[in-house]
Design a protein around this ligand. Structure first.
Ligand SMILES: NC(=O)c1ccc[n+]([C@@H]2O[C@H](COP(=O)([O-])OP(=O)(O)OC[C@H]3O[C@@H](n4cnc5c(N)ncnc54)[C@H](O)[C@@H]3O)[C@@H](O)[C@H]2O)c1
Length: 356
């Protein structure tokens, strides 16, 4: 049996092998340097584009250091998702196309298969339109690692959890993630309404817990609502703002109150639209047409509710009602009835509208 190799063995290697090793290392460093410059250039470009500032790039000093950090970060599975389906599939596609290694975790294998199928179908569509090259699609798909066990995110530097909008599920997930991943890994939740402070309270390191609320459909919507819990550190916020910017999104900061900004404003409108249908004021189509043509909304509130998922809308309204203690957030009985009947919107094929 050969003797175990140790650091001293290098001295005994033939000169040719040592020289080859040196050349290979130099080449690796060269490629790494080039890659770092590409990453920082792309990052600065997307940041300037969304800030509306002119694009400036010198490729030296701090910029280069940032490039090295971004390139290094991309070598490990950096962004991983706690769960799948609607939002997570869009998020995964965005990350993989931006060059991140991403694990997609869902407890349900059918949900995982559906999410991967959606990602593949959407990328195929982009290839057909000429917006994505075939090789880029294949590379992006190759960066996605699907899994049904949370173990897959063990080495992640950032986890974006997007499981069902139920407090108990998120609390259990964060307690386990906190045990599995040591700091400085960041634990983000894509929750639409559940308190980030309360989620962070399930962990031993609340400073690294933050809300990263992507909008649906994730690849198309520019906003990421970044929610700071009571204990979230400035460093966590800064890192998440930078990552969101590097993905080509516009991050907006909000403090941790039920529904944050997006759903505190949106959900009462959707709820009122459901009341209009329940009380016979108008049909779903009429309600949506009024809001589209009269208020210039790109989509009516009921079609939007179907897109979000009626179960998700109900869960958010319950958080608003409970958390703010005001009856103006009381979920409409028709919304409850549709959810118990399994009419959840697009994802179940029927909500206020029918989907083939
Ligand atoms: N639907 C939207 O438009 C929208 C928009 C922004 C944010 N969000 C938020 O994103 C999250 C997910 O929303 P969605 O609409 O995709 O929900 P969904 O209910 O359609 O899917 C949630 C997925 O979580 C999985 N899951 C459940 N428990 C799990 C666990 N312990 N570990 C891993 N996976 C688990 C389920 O199998 C399911 O596939 C929610 O927090 C929601 O509030 C939703």
């Amino acid at each position: 049996m050969p003797a175990p190799r140790g650091p001293r063995d290098r001295a005994r290697e033939p000169r040719g092998i040592c020289a080859l090793n040196l050349v290979l290392k130099a080449l690796t460093l060269g490629v790494y340097h080039f890659w770092a410059r590409t990453r920082v250039r792309r990052y600065l470009w997307s940041r300037s584009r969304f800030a509306g500032e002119p694009f400036e790039y010198t490729g030296r000093g701090r910029e280069l250091l940032l490039g090295y950090a971004l390139a290094l970060a991309a070598l490990v599975p950096l962004l991983t998702i706690g769960a799948s389906y609607l939002v997570a599939s869009g998020l995964l596609a965005l990350l993989a196309q931006a060059g991140w290694q991403a694990a997609l975790v869902d407890v349900s294998q059918p949900a995982l298969d559906r999410a991967l199928e959606t990602i593949r179908r959407n990328m195929d569509r982009q290839v057909k339109k000429g917006a994505l090259k075939e090789a880029e699609r294949d590379a992006a798909l190759g960066r996605i690692a699907p899994a049904t066990a949370l173990d897959a995110v063990r080495d992640a530097a950032l986890v974006v959890e997007a499981a069902v909008e139920q407090p108990a599920t998120k609390f259990a997930l964060f307690a386990e993630l906190d045990r599995m991943l040591p700091p400085p890994a960041i634990l983000a939740s894509n929750t639409s309404s559940i308190s980030i402070t309360e989620i962070a309270g399930q962990t031993q390191h609340p400073g690294r817990v933050i809300g990263m609320h992507f909008m649906n459909p994730v690849p198309m919507m520019a906003l990421v609502e970044v929610i700071r819990g009571l204990a979230t550190t400035d460093e966590t916020v800064r890192t998440v703002l930078e990552i969101a910017g590097s993905l080509g999104k516009t991050p907006v900061e909000a403090n941790d109150y039920p529904g944050f900004v997006a759903n505190r404003v949106l959900m009462p409108m959707i709820n009122e639209a459901v009341y209009c249908v329940m009380e016979g004021v108008a049909t779903p189509d009429a309600v949506d047409t009024v809001m589209k043509l009269g208020m210039n909304h790109p989509m009516g509130p009921l079609a939007l509710a179907d897109l979000i998922g009626l179960d998700v809308c109900l869960a958010i309204l319950e958080v608003l009602h409970r958390g703010l203690g005001d009856d103006k957030y009381r979920p409409c009985p028709l919304l409850r009835k549709m959810v118990v009947a399994g009419r959840l919107g697009r994802k179940s094929g029927r909500g206020f509208y029918e989907y083939a």
